[in-house]
Ligand binder design. Structure first.
Ligand code: 13P
Length: 299
């Protein structure tokens, strides 16, 4: 392991690269990263870094967002197969049909979408700013794509009519209210922290709902000693690093995203050596998708 870490450090210098890792990445990948964060923080970092090369240790839509925001940089995705089934649940043709059905609606797309869907949307959002993004819009009708659970979470906090796309995250979907109640009975002192991609009955029963970084911050600052976590298990690494004296339990054994686990140190070293797989959003799509992301970052 030491040899591959040294190789990555050397290649990073040679390539003038930074490594950005999502909070769900394997522990060793998070440890080697220059920055770890949620989707919003990764987008912000990619937009502002002066590095020439960005290794996006995450899934494809995150690398696409980096390419949209930083077109002059080389964006590397260590495993080209690292996709997101939620992002794949929507395509441009489907979105255009929905837009034709609701011509007066503003289109808000979750960042977990392909670049060409962002290009067809009015504004993007992430799990940490979805409510603020929707509230910032003057339209009374919002076509919210593609996560129906995030849409229903947003609908609790706004008077606007939210029309959801019927997509969902298979990993977060695995957490059931039954599991939450059983875990609470076993750990009555614990606070329940969940991601808004969880089912509505799960988010409604939780003590806190937020993005991965918001969950990490909440756990760090809370006076509670025990937490029940309703998001992908990779988050446990940062939770335990920040608060080694606290106890964290996953709400469901199914909270593992196979796509997030595709990235390894060896693949990071290889992509820096070979400068591929590169993710580059075509310029015609990029320019329109940039508008949706930029409007979000301005909020
Ligand atoms: P966050 O933006 O909260 O990190 O979530 C990203 C994601 O893909 C959740 O499944």
């Amino acid at each position: 392991m030491l040899a591959v870490i040294q190789a990555i450090e050397k290649l990073k210098q040679e390539r003038q690269a930074v490594i950005l890792a999502h909070n769900y990445q394997q522990d060793a990948v998070q440890d080697i990263a220059d920055f770890t964060g949620d989707s919003l923080a990764l987008s912000r970092y990619a937009a502002s870094t002066t590095a020439r090369v960005v290794v996006l240790a995450g899934v494809r839509f995150m690398a696409e967002s980096a390419s949209i925001l930083a077109p002059d940089k080389t964006i590397l995705l260590p495993d080209s197969q690292a996709g997101c089934p939620l992002a794949a649940s929507i395509d441009v043709a489907g979105l255009r049909q929905a837009k034709a059905r609701y011509p007066d609606a503003a289109v808000v797309c979750y960042v977990n979408t392909p670049a060409d869907v962002k290009a067809e949307s009015d504004i993007c959002c992430t799990s940490s700013n979805a409510v603020a993004v929707v509230r910032s819009l003057p339209q009374q009708r919002i076509l919210f794509v593609p996560d129906r659970n995030l849409a229903s979470f947003v609908a609790r906090f706004t008077s606007q009519e939210i029309i959801p796309w019927e997509g969902g995250c298979i990993t977060h979907y695995r957490v059931t209210l039954d599991e939450l109640e059983q875990a609470r009975a076993a750990h009555p002192e614990a606070e329940v922290l969940v991601h808004p991609e969880c089912r509505p009955e799960v988010t409604a029963a939780a003590d806190f709902v937020g993005s991965t970084t918001a969950i990490i911050k909440y756990a760090r600052e809370s006076r509670a000693r025990e937490f029940l976590i309703g998001t992908e298990m990779g988050i446990l690494h940062r939770l335990l690093l920040d608060s080694p004296e606290k106890k964290f339990y996953l709400l469901s054994p199914g909270l593992v995203c196979p796509n997030m686990k595709l990235t390894s140190l060896e693949k990071i070293a290889r992509c820096l050596r070979e400068m591929q797989p590169e993710v580059k959003v075509p310029e015609t799509i990029r320019q329109r998708a940039y508008g949706a992301l930029e409007r979000m970052l301005a909020i």
